[in-house]
Design a protein around this ligand. Structure first.
Ligand code: ZN
Length: 164
């Protein structure tokens, strides 16, 4: 059989198969960029090759398809009626791998955020991106929290005041 695809078509087909630059990912990328967040794509050096990596926030973002990653309680996660056993074990394996990767990244000091595809449907999209931005800012503040100083300084002052 001859290959009738042009190089560009083949490139597009391969991209689609690999799942890069898929629509949900583009929505998240645009939403974050618009809000001033900068990121790296498909960071190969980290476990699980996170879709987006924000080094400043020490955060990895995974954009998960509801079916393949088994989004519990989601209407897009319905196991097909044929080959049920196959699909159940396939999704189960994917979920186990997701968990493993998250633990690895956490152990390396990275935060992980999962964005589900269903949360990016037009009706929910803006709210999802808004809460994603909120979470990232919270993580940033948490990472840069300075606690001990004030408390240590405050103590002697209070003691001095009591002497008066
Ligand atoms: Zn879902």
């Amino acid at each position: 059989m001859t290959d009738i695809q042009t190089p560009l078509q083949r490139h597009n087909t391969m991209s689609a198969i690999r799942g890069k630059n898929t629509k949900p990912e583009m929505i998240v990328r645009r939403g974050l960029w618009k809000r001033g967040f900068r990121y790296r794509l498909n960071y190969k050096r980290l476990p699980g090759h996170p879709d987006l990596v924000l080094r400043k926030y020490k955060t990895c973002i995974f954009i998960n398809g509801c079916f393949w990653h088994g989004h519990e309680g989601c209407k897009y996660y319905t196991i097909p009626k044929t080959n049920t056993v196959f699909w159940v074990s396939k999704v189960k394996r994917n979920k186990e791998r997701d968990e493993r990767v998250k633990h690895q990244l956490n152990a390396m000091g990275w935060n992980c955020i999962t964005v589900w595809e269903c949360e990016l449907k037009p009706a929910k999209r803006e709210a999802t991106l808004q809460s994603l931005a909120f979470t990232l800012n919270e993580i940033f503040l948490n990472n840069h929290k300075v606690i001990p100083y004030k408390e240590q300084e405050a103590a002697p002052l209070l003691a001095a005041e009591e002497m008066i």
